[in-house]
Write a protein that binds this ligand. Structure first.
Ligand code: UGA
Length: 451
């Protein structure tokens, strides 16, 4: 028999991962989405997103009769009811995109509440997993107008690309509610994972999500600033981050400098918390500086590329052909949302460069990239042909295995600007490439690039 009977509304990477993982823990899960075509594809086993291990979990769940897909939240409730027992927990995993002024747009959450208000059985717990401004869980309860249903906050901490791994091996589970009983029922869903549990009120739970993502963004902006300073002082950021990372209070993770941080979460959540702070009449200077440092980072990368390609700080990039390696916001995903690579590309384009892009996760045919910005090619050697430089913008490990002598034979100028410090500099250098990293000593002779 199943442990709990759960509806998950929204089948993006958070909803689908949540549904498939909860099913793998023994619960009966019905996942709902408004997109009929998507539901059809999910039913036929096509998951449509790159998440390691997710396709397998989905097919195992479906085969075991623990996981199914329906169109609309209301239909999920009907499906469970039809099986003989009503839904016990309903997760909201719908998008909360950046709305006017940086605040999260809650239209999707509100639409689901409207849809299920009268259909929810008494005693059900509604769980908000979407990242929402502090106070939204309580507001959702007000919108629902049901005294017999509790709304609980239970934020997700899933990284795109490793969402399944993060779900099944969580650092912590956070549940926020004024109802101890409801919070414990939600926490119990994850009991088998053996993670530390933080049970708190809804506002603190919502705050934990923003505070975590904004802290991560701040860590990265800090490390990008330290990398810039290292360049000016002829120090090496790889050694510096290793040296500070051994301090357990700092930790080694999230210390790699790059072209800036991006994706569908960190940019949205930093802007949203800034907006939340503004409306609470708090001037969050540290967070504003975190965002500004990141925006400046794109321009800093362009300046670095300009100097390397033209040999002058103010040299012209007009008609210079540049091969951009890596277009997604990070490796292991096909997600281009708020990608720093595309931010840098836009500035290079403005400076007059001709851009050709290659990304192991993006195919030329399927790419949604604006072709006036850059031409996407499926072959790195074609992309590098006649270019003045290769610019590595995403940390795909595949780039380490490229045939550098072959790239040297097709490129116009053997120059690689590695904004992720991905390569062991000796590898391109052996093929007569000049290699330029971020935050590295000018005199650096290679030997040990950052991971
Ligand atoms: C982020 C958080 O890491 C998750 O914990 C959170 O659950 C998720 O947002 C969310 O709110 O849903 P994600 O957006 O998948 O996850 O991306 P990250 O892996 O955090 O990377 C964010 C950006 O930082 C990327 O552009 C990445 O390339 C960059 N980064 C990361 C660096 O430049 N250096 C690093 O050392 C690490």
């Amino acid at each position: 028999m199943f442990d709990r009977r759960i509806a998950v509304v929204g089948t993006g990477y958070v909803g689908l991962t949540t549904g498939a993982c909860l099913a793998s823990l023994g619960h009966r899960v019905v996942c709902a989405d408004v997109d009929e075509k998507k539901v059809e594809r999910l039913r036929s086993g096509e998951i449509g997103i790159q998440e390691e291990g997710l396709a397998e979990l989905v097919s195992e769940g479906v085969a075991a009769g623990r996981l199914s897909f329906v169109v609309s939240a209301a239909a999920a409730l009907v499906e469970l009811e039809r099986e003989g027992a009503p839904v016990e927990v309903m997760f909201l995993c719908v998008p909360t995109p950046m709305g006017v002024g940086g605040i999260a747009d809650l239209a999707a959450v509100e639409a689901v509440i409207e849809e299920v208000r009268d259909a929810l059985p008494a005693g059900v717990v509604v769980v908000n997993k979407s990242t929402v401004p502090v106070g939204t869980t309580d507001r959702t309860a007000e919108l629902l107008e049901r005294d017999d249903v509790v709304v609980v906050s239970n934020p997700e901490f899933l990284r795109e690309g490793s969402a399944v791994q993060d779900f099944l091996n969580p650092d912590r589970i956070v549940v926020g509610s004024s109802s101890q009983d409801a919070a414990e029922r939600v926490a119990a869903l994850y009991a088998r994972l053996g993670a530390p549990m933080v049970l708190t009120d809804a506002a603190s739970s919502e705050m934990i999500k923003y505070a975590a993502n904004c802290f991560l963004a701040m860590k990265l902006s800090y490390v990008n600033a330290i990398a810039e300073l290292c360049e000016r002082l002829d120090a090496d950021v790889v050694d510096v981050t290793e040296g500070i990372g051994y301090d357990k209070r700092i930790g080694q993770a999230f210390l790699s400098p790059g072209p800036g941080w991006g994706g569908s979460c960190l940019p949205k959540d930093t802007h949203a918390l800034l907006q939340v702070a503004d409306s609470a009449d708090f001037e969050f200077r540290l967070l504003r500086a975190t965002i500004d440092t990141n925006t400046r980072q794109y321009q800093r990368m362009v300046d670095k590329i300009r100097t390397a390609v033209t040999g002058r700080r103010k040299g012209s990039l007009t008609h210079k052909r540049l091969a951009l390696f890596g277009l997604t916001f990070k490796a292991g995903t096909d997600d281009l949302r708020d990608s720093p690579a595309l931010g840098v590309a836009a500035l290079l384009k403005q400076a007059g460069a001709n851009l050709v892009g290659y990304d192991p996760g993006i195919s030329r045919a399927a790419s949604a990239i604006d072709h006036t910005l850059l031409t996407v090619l499926d072959d790195p050697y074609l992309a590098a042909t006649d270019a003045e430089a290769i610019v590595i913008l995403t940390e795909w490990p595949e780039f380490r295995a490229l045939d550098w002598p072959r790239l040297a034979s097709v490129i116009n100028t053997p120059l690689v600007i590695d904004t992720r410090n991905l390569l062991d500099p000796d590898v391109p250098r052996r093929a007569k490439f000049a290699w330029i990293g971020v935050g590295r000593r000018a005199t650096d002779t290679g030997g040990g690039a950052s991971p």
